[in-house]
Design a protein around this ligand. Structure first.
Ligand SMILES: Cc1cc2nc3c(=O)[nH]c(=O)nc-3n(C[C@H](O)[C@H](O)[C@H](O)COP(=O)(O)OP(=O)(O)OC[C@H]3O[C@@H](n4cnc5c(N)ncnc54)[C@H](O)[C@@H]3O)c2cc1C
Length: 402
């Protein structure tokens, strides 16, 4: 059955829902359809921020974004997402690092706020509606979907990228964009774990760290945070932020696993530990300084037998443990795929859209969210961009109709 509307939004994720609400709040009372291929809208939102949804950040800045889309003017126009959320009856708090979360501390509260508002506005939501083609003829768009064709005066591609396809964004938005003649920066997974050699024995360990990505002996990027060791490599927010800088060149990640103590202090702590535990074996000597798993790993990496008596450890051996803990290097073999990535780097090039998010080559076609070639570091920057670009694109689409 054919449907008609003024604004067709393909994708009902963070950007698509914000886009729909913004369009409906703009004069003209446009008829809006949201089409999403999943059985419900906002599915990915539920998984964000470990189920808490880190929706934005108090410290917004261009420097936290990468890609060909310039975000400076968008951030100036939308420096704060809280008034938009407050108008939906959703309130927030910020943690010490400036990360903004919903007051109920659940991602479901964000998804609900958007869903209820969309319902209240009478916006038509089509779920299980996979859009496989879009074309523009005689000034109107026709989308071919699994629920039939939809005709629209303007269309918005809010399909996300390819990260975490289990939540709906399977890259089909890129196919739609390319079919309309838009150029892409080749997509690759960003904010994802890195696979690494030499992690055997550390699986499951979480540790505060300073992490550096090293290529050709130079530090390309550095982060502080918590590293999580997995069976196949390194994970955690600091590693996610480094992951997008990995470009398949031979490289390593160097970890300082004792970031609170300078090397000289760590050495003296280790000597004190040895003194206090001189009757113990090395494997028990340092468990008051490092978690046991890490202590054992450091002894092995420093070629010290676990059963060696603490009283027999030389000064050089003890210093070697401190030096290993402060500069533990892992050869990186790759990055995990889209399945375990939080965002997609690459996408529709910044040069393809105007500042109102309308495609330069296709009048009446708008784009917002992760389908665009921009990704933000961890901390709420990606959702801020999704919401802000959605709000802007929705307003622009409604104004375009006039
Ligand atoms: C596990 C996880 C945790 C995250 N946590 C955070 C966080 O705490 N803070 C943060 O800022 N960012 C976080 N992100 C990133 C953030 O969720 C995304 O950047 C953001 O959701 C992008 O919004 P979007 O609307 O562009 O795309 P999406 O949210 O991916 O929405 C796209 C929608 O389009 C639909 N769709 C796609 N193709 C079609 C089609 N052909 N036809 C119809 N519908 C289609 C999909 O079903 C989907 O609903 C996280 C991501 C993941 C995977």
């Amino acid at each position: 059955m054919e449907k008609n509307c003024d604004i067709l939004i393909i994708g009902g994720g963070a950007s698509g829902l914000a886009c729909a609400l913004s369009a409906s709040n703009t004069a003209g009372n446009p008829r809006i359809i949201i089409a999403d291929r999943m059985p419900r809208t906002g599915k990915k939102l539920l998984a964000t921020g470990n189920g808490r949804c880190n929706m934005s950040n108090l410290n917004l800045s261009e420097k936290f974004y990468h890609g060909t889309v310039s975000v400076g003017s968008l951030i100036s126009e939308f420096p704060d997402i809280r008034p938009f959320m407050g108008a939906l009856g959703l309130f927030t708090y910020a943690d010490i690092a400036g990360r903004i979360y919903p007051l109920p501390n659940t991602a479901a509260s964000v998804s609900d706020a958007l869903r209820l508002a969309v319902e209240e506005k009478g916006i038509d939501v089509l779920t299980d509606c996979d859009c496989s083609q879009i074309k523009k003829e005689n000034g109107r768009f026709t989308a071919i979907t699994s629920l039939g064709s939809i005709k629209a005066r303007t269309a918005v591609l809010a399909c996300g990228g390819m990260a975490a396809p289990v939540h709906g964004s399977n890259g089909s938005g890129f196919v739609l964009a390319e079919s309309m003649g838009l150029e892409l920066t080749p997509p690759f997974p960003a904010l994802c774990p890195l696979t690494a050699e030499g992690v055997k024995g550390l699986e499951g360990l979480r540790s505060p760290c300073k992490a550096e990505l090293i290529i050709n002996g130079k530090t390309l990027a550095a982060e502080e945070g918590e590293v999580q060791f997995t069976k196949s490599g390194l994970s955690g927010i600091c590693i996610f932020n480094l992951s997008a800088r990995f470009n398949n060149e031979p490289c390593s990640v160097k970890l300082d696993l004792s970031p609170r103590l300078p090397i000289s202090e760590l050495k003296s702590v280790l000597f004190s530990a040895l003194k206090a535990r001189s009757n113990f074996e090395a494997q028990d000597g340092f468990t008051g300084v490092f978690p046991r798993q890490l202590a054992l790993y450091l002894l092995k990496r420093s070629n010290i037998p676990l059963s060696k008596s603490c009283s027999m450890l030389t000064e050089k051996e003890t210093e070697a443990i401190a030096e290993t803990a402060k500069a533990l290097s892992f050869k990186i073999t790759g990055r995990s795929g889209f399945d375990s990535a939080q965002v997609t780097a690459g996408g529709v090039k910044g040069g393809e859209v105007n500042s109102d998010f309308m495609a330069k080559k296709v009048k009446g076609l708008f784009l917002c969210g992760e389908i665009l070639d921009v990704w933000g570091e961890c901390g709420g920057y990606n959702l801020h961009f999704a919401f802000a670009s959605g709000i802007k694109a929705g307003k622009s689409a409604a104004l375009f109709l006039k």
